[in-house]
Design a protein around this ligand. Structure first.
Ligand SMILES: Nc1nc2c(ncn2[C@@H]2O[C@H](COP(=O)(O)OP(=O)(O)OP(=O)(O)O)[C@@H](O)[C@H]2O)c(=O)[nH]1
Ligand SMILES: [Mg+2]
Length: 308
């Protein structure tokens, strides 16, 4: 067993009032496609569990139905079962439903009480969701109103994100939750950091196979890096390519822009390594693409072994 091995399954809770968007969020970030428009609402009955692996760490997400009859049971009769062994709690509020903010605050308080009781070391996040529905000039006002209500008398540190399933915001927010929960920053980041320093890479990113960004490291200052949206386009194309490919060993691909070479590698332990190199640097070092490519492959195997 490797030193990074963690066999315990980590638990993430996602809760909030009904129709705030929890099930849609989980579907988007675990299946990797951004929905085109609002979809028909199917309330979650009771709760649903979704098991995923992030960089070798098994995680179970509890998607808790948001109807008040369910929330009352989760925070009372079932609280021991629901709130024990939790690593992260995400509370989702609908940006558009300001009228329900007092009710949301009530359940946020109840949940945090139970979280402090059963999982005192867990991290807590608030997603102010469906931000796409708020016009730009009202965003500050809406955020202020929501935070003014939610944060009164909160005993724990809450991380706050504005999210929408129609933009990268949800991938960024969930990326932080996943990276922190799975310990990616302590485990993978130092190794990737060392690799890119040694090989003069400009940047490295690690994604889940669904395209959720877990970490990003830049090796140079003022790198006008390609945006997440651009990476996602390439990423989806690559993922599609690999899914269609009959040659399952072809888990890597490289492509180039005028000044850069990028290598994308789908590691065996369920994450994706994305590296960018400057062509000029490679030329200076007389580094040829095939040799760079095999170094990346070797590194990816090493990472996979460590996280198995
Ligand atoms: N505009 C917008 N709509 C969203 C977003 N996320 C989800 N929705 C819509 O919100 C509605 C409710 O979504 P669900 O994910 O089912 O809500 P839920 O929180 O799981 O609801 P319960 O299971 O009843 O607690 C659906 O019609 C979704 O399409 C978003 O970011 N923006
Ligand atoms: Mg639901």
């Amino acid at each position: 067993m490797s030193y990074l091995a963690k066999k315990e399954v980590y638990k993430i809770l996602i809760l909030g009032l009904q129709a705030s968007g929890k099930t849609t969020i989980i579907k988007t970030v675990t299946e990797g496609h951004i929905p085109i428009g609002e979809e028909q609402y199917h309330p979650t009955i009771d709760y649903e569990r979704k098991r995923i692996a992030i960089a070798g760490q098994e995680i179970v997400i509890f998607d808790l139905g948001g109807q008040t009859s369910f929330l009352d049971r989760f925070t009372d009769g079932l609280s021991d079962l629901i709130f024990s062994g939790v690593k992260a709690l995400i509370f989702v509020v609908d940006s558009k439903e300001i009228k329900d903010i007092t009710l949301a605050k009530y359940y946020l308080d109840e949940s945090l009480k139970k979280l402090t009781q059963y999982s005192p070391t867990a991290s807590a996040y608030v997603f102010q969701h469906k931000i796409d529905l708020i016009p730009g000039n009202l965003k500050d006002e809406v955020r202020e109103t929501i935070t003014d209500h939610l944060f009164v008398g909160i005993p724990v540190h809450l991380r706050y994100f504005e999210t929408s399933v129609f933009t990268n915001s949800i991938f960024r927010a969930m990326g932080e939750v996943f990276a922190e929960t799975a310990g990616v920053n302590e485990n993978l980041k130092p190794l990737v950091d060392t690799f890119i320093q040694h090989n003069d890479a400009e940047m490295a990113q690690i994604f889940t196979t669904a395209g959720v960004p877990l970490i990003k490291i830049e090796n140079i200052e003022n790198f006008e890096h390609i945006s997440l949206t651009e990476i996602r386009k390439v990423f989806n194309a690559v993922a599609q390519n690999l899914a269609n490919s009959t040659d399952q060993s072809s888990s890597s691909i490289f492509f180039e822009s005028n000044n850069r070479v990028f290598i994308v590698n789908f590691t065996e332990s369920g994450f994706v390594l994305f590296l960018g190199f400057q062509k000029e640097k490679l030329l200076e070092k007389h580094e040829l693409l095939p040799s760079l490519y095999s170094k990346v492959l070797a590194f990816s195997v090493q990472l996979a072994n460590l996280t198995e």
